[in-house]
Structure formats: structure tokens, C-alpha cells
Design a protein around this ligand. Structure first.
Ligand SMILES: [Zn+2]
Length: 279
């Protein structure tokens, strides 16, 4: 049963609480999950969209728990993840942490981190340590955060529950996405905490399933190209996504572009004037 209720604080573990923002939609599922990590000192992961009620709910949760918000961590700078950092920082004086966007104008232009993180950076206090893993693919500036004490990985949009992550070039990169999934195979993870959807058990099965799903789609891209012959994206999309409802094809088109870019980098297909064909 879903416990993704907007504005309610859900206690998930001794160190983790979750509040889901009131921004449900086709791209955000039930809404963006904001995670509150810690006991007396809190790290807020993905403050979410700049919706005043959501910021108020986060502040109220901290007041109720007699906790202070010390850090605001953003997995990436899409508009449903980082814009509330500004209002939350104004209310708490917390340190804003994340990786700046490559092209800030097309993402959250207000994002201005106090600390620009890279792979291996971390925050640590008496109760926990949160370590950053750079996981480009969905976005080039995407970080996952590993809570070492509970072996929980906050996956942002790298892994979602219940829907396939959109990889939209040019900032989205399928090759990088698969490499970032491979990288997680080497990490001790007990549970995945996505920005959209519920906690997920059996992380390594989930990760392997996602890799296989993408490789299955890549194989469908190649068989689709055999059927259509040299073709543009509009022709290829229904051929490759014949198992996906047509109303989702405009989104699938982004992933198709990402698959084709990957295959082109690997020398398997080529593009000329918008027409794609196999080599
Ligand atoms: Zn995103």
C-alpha cells in the first residue's frame, strides 16, 4: 500500500524520514521525495520544488523532532529536486551542497551551492556519514548519496520506483547511465531510497534488472532499424516502442535518441541529416 502522502512525515528507519512534495505528475510519479537524515543534526536530501507548503512541512518536521537542519544535499538540479534549497537555506542557514549544472539555464537557475561536490565527498556528524557517488546519465551533475550506517543509497532520479528513468540528451547520456549503474554493483547497499516512489529492497537485483531492461531496449532499437530501414526519430519511435502506449512516445523519443547516441559512439549506427541507419 502506498504511504506516499503529500506533506506527511513518514519515519522509515532510525535515521531516515521522508516527506513527499505535492507535485505529482507524469514525470514525478507520486511527487518528489524529500529525505530527512539524522537525529539531532539533519541533512535534507532533495529539498524538492519551490512550493511553500513543502518547505513549511520540512521545517515543521525538524521543529517537531527538535532537530536542526545543517546540510541541504541535492542529487541534481532538475526543477523538481533543488529549487526549494533557496527558501530552506534562508530559513535555516544550512549549507547547500551539490554539483552545478552544465547548462544551468535549462535546469534550476537558482541553484548556487556553498559546496560543489565530487565523487567521494561526504558529510559526517556523530550519528551518520553520507558519501557522494557521481552517477551521470539521467543528468551529468547527478549524485547519489550513501548512508553508511544503514547501507541505504539515496538514488535521486538515477533509480526510480515504478517507472523508467528518462535519459534526455544532450545532458542525459545512456552510455554514462549504464556505467553509473554498473558502478553501484560494487557498493554495499541494503535498500534504495528513490526521489520518486517507495523504498526498494534487493538493490543488486533492481540494478541488474535496470541494466538488462536498457540492453533489451537497445536490442529493440537495432531490430526496429532493420524493419524501418534508414529512418528519422518520428518513424523509429513507434517501431522501437510498440510495447509502450502511444501517449508515452514523446518521452520515449528522448530515450531513443539516447540509445542511438550510445550506439553511434560505439560505431554500430550512424546519423546523417536526421536519418539513422546501421553501419
Ligand atoms: Zn531529474
Amino acid at each position: 500500500m502506498s504511504n506516499l502522502v503529500h506533506g506527511e512525515t513518514i519515519v522509515l528507519s532510525p535515521l531516515i524520514r521522508r516527506i513527499t512534495a505535492p507535485n505529482p505528475g507524469i514525470m514525478t510519479g507520486p511527487g518528489t521525495n524529500t529525505y530527512l537524515v539524522g537525529k539531532g543534526e539533519w541533512a535534507v536530501i532533495d529539498p524538492g520544488p519551490a512550493i511553500p507548503e513543502h518547505v513549511d512541512a520540512i521545517l515543521q518536521a525538524a521543529a517537531d523532532a527538535h532537530a536542526t537542519i545543517q546540510w541541504i544535499l541535492c542529487t541534481h538540479t532538475h526543477m523538481d529536486h533543488s529549487p526549494a534549497a533557496k527558501a530552506l537555506q534562508e530559513a535555516t542557514d544550512a549549507t547547500v551542497i551539490g554539483m552545478p549544472a552544465v547548462s544551468p539555464q535549462s535546469q534550476d537557475p537558482s541553484f548556487s551551492p556553498d559546496q560543489c561536490w565530487q565523487e567521494g565527498d561526504y558529510v559526517q556528524c556523530d550519528d551518520f556519514r553520507l558519501l557522494a557517488l557521481h552517477t551521470p546519465g539521467h543528468a551529468s551533475n547527478h549524485l547519489c548519496f550513501h548512508l553508511e550506517q544503514e547501507q541505504v543509497l539515496f538514488t535521486g532520479d538515477h533509480i526510480m520506483e515504478g517507472s523508467t528513468v528518462v535519459i534526455a540528451p544532450p545532458d542525459g547520456d545512456m552510455k554514462a547511465y549504464l556505467e553509473s549503474l554498473e558502478k553501484l554493483k560494487g557498493i554495499a547497499i541494503r535498500q534504495l531510497a528513490p526521489a520518486h516512489g517507495h523504498l526498494m529492497d534487493h538493490p543488486q537485483d533492481v540494478i541488474e534488472g535496470l541494466i538488462q531492461h536498457r540492453l533489451m531496449r537497445e536490442a529493440k532499437v537495432l531490430t526496429g532499424m532493420e524493419k524501418t530501414g534508414p529512418a528519422d526519430l518520428d518513424t523509429l519511435t513507434p517501431a522501437v516502442y510498440d510495447d509502450v502506449p502511444p501517449f508515452l512516445h514523446p518521452i520515449a523519443r528522448y530515450s531513443l535518441q539516447a540509445h542511438l547516441d550510445k550506439l553511434q559512439k560505439e560505431g554500430i549506427v550512424r546519423e546523417s541529416a536526421g536519418i539513422w541507419q546501421k553501419n
